[in-house]
Write a protein that binds this ligand. Structure first.
Ligand SMILES: [Ca+2]
Ligand SMILES: [Ca+2]
Length: 316
């Protein structure tokens, strides 16, 4: 058993020690406010199979209500939030699926990102056997054999995720999580199609499921710990570094719709986290001299009382 893997994990909603969180819990301080989806086939083994087509993507926004969007085999949904998610004590957000049986669970990997480009996956664990395929009507799955996989709990109960379980990385700012991405686990135990948990075990979940509601059915993502007081321009898509790749000079600028004049602390760090440049009074839009940096990838942080920005760029 690899380091960090337990013999078993918390059991189904309602059982002693379960970490399932009811959708109407006052622990939730926010919900996803926008979404992008890439829906996939209802049967990845059938080239003629249609896309999953249950629900509208807006069903995943706002509080858990059992209205869902089905992702299909390997489909994805990326969610955005009005305020960044931060790493507070214990779980920081929870994902809701719509299973109605403790033994029939459709699973998804969960990834987070600060910049919209670099995503970091929670180390998923499946302790189920990975040789005998679970079918859609077997009802044999057990929540206590799953960890860091969305869909562990039935409808109206969120599966919690704690950012502290992700390894530290200079490209991930746990005080500024802008994006949560869900990737349907295909669930096949055929190694050519299936997907593995962090220890290399194939993740067995009901397969195939050639129905319009195939794959992970995303109901909602609830926020437990969020940054407060940030303006909306902290969304990665509203700011850019130009030119990128850069050579001598780079500009941090906002888009033409949201032009702002904000002063704050600017830091440029190497991928190893070493601070290469500091300007405590940088005004957004002004040039940044980067000619002294060696070729490579760097991360720019901009922070004041209203805004946190994290963007990577290349010097070449
Ligand atoms: Ca946490
Ligand atoms: Ca919903």
């Amino acid at each position: 058993m690899p380091l960090g893997v337990h013999a078993q994990y918390p059991g189904p909603a309602g059982s002693p020690g379960s970490t399932a969180i009811a959708g109407d819990s006052s622990i939730f301080v926010g919900w996803a406010s926008s979404i992008e989806t890439e829906l996939a086939s209802i049967d990845i083994t059938d080239p003629n199979a249609p896309q999953a087509n249950t629900g509208n993507s807006t069903a995943a926004l706002g509080p858990a209500d059992s209205q869902v969007i089905s992702l299909g085999d390997g489909g994805t949904a990326t969610l955005f939030f009005d305020q960044p998610i931060i790493d507070g004590p214990g779980a920081d957000f929870a994902v809701f699926e719509n299973s109605f049986l403790d033994g029939f669970l459709e699973l998804a990997f969960v990834e987070v990102s600060s910049d919209g480009e670099h995503f970091f996956r929670f180390p998923a664990v499946s302790l189920h056997q990975d040789t005998l395929q679970f079918g859609p009507f077997d009802n044999l799955m057990q929540a206590q054999k799953l960890h860091n996989l969305a869909g562990k709990y039935v409808a109206n109960f969120g599966t919690p995720f704690d950012l502290a379980e992700l390894e530290d990385d200079p490209l991930l700012d746990k005080s500024n999580i802008q994006y949560v991405k869900l990737i349907d686990v295909i669930g096949s135990v055929d190694p050519d199609i299936g997907q593995t948990d962090f220890s290399g075990t194939l993740i067995n979940d009901p397969f195939p499921t050639p129905f319009p509601s195939c794959g992970f059915d995303l109901d909602a993502v609830g926020v437990i710990h969020q940054a407060v007081g940030y303006s909306k321009i902290n969304r990665g898509q509203h700011v850019e570094l130009f030119p990128n790749p850069a050579n001598d000079i780079i500009y941090l600028r906002t888009d033409h719709i949201i032009q702002i004049e904000e002063t704050g602390r600017l830091e440029i760090r190497s991928l190893e986290g070493k601070v290469m440049l500091i300007n405590p009074t940088y005004l957004i839009g002004h040039s940044i001299q980067v000619g002294a940096l060696n070729n490579g990838t760097y991360i720019l942080y901009f922070k004041n009382q209203d805004i946190v920005l994290v963007k990577s760029f290349i010097i070449q």
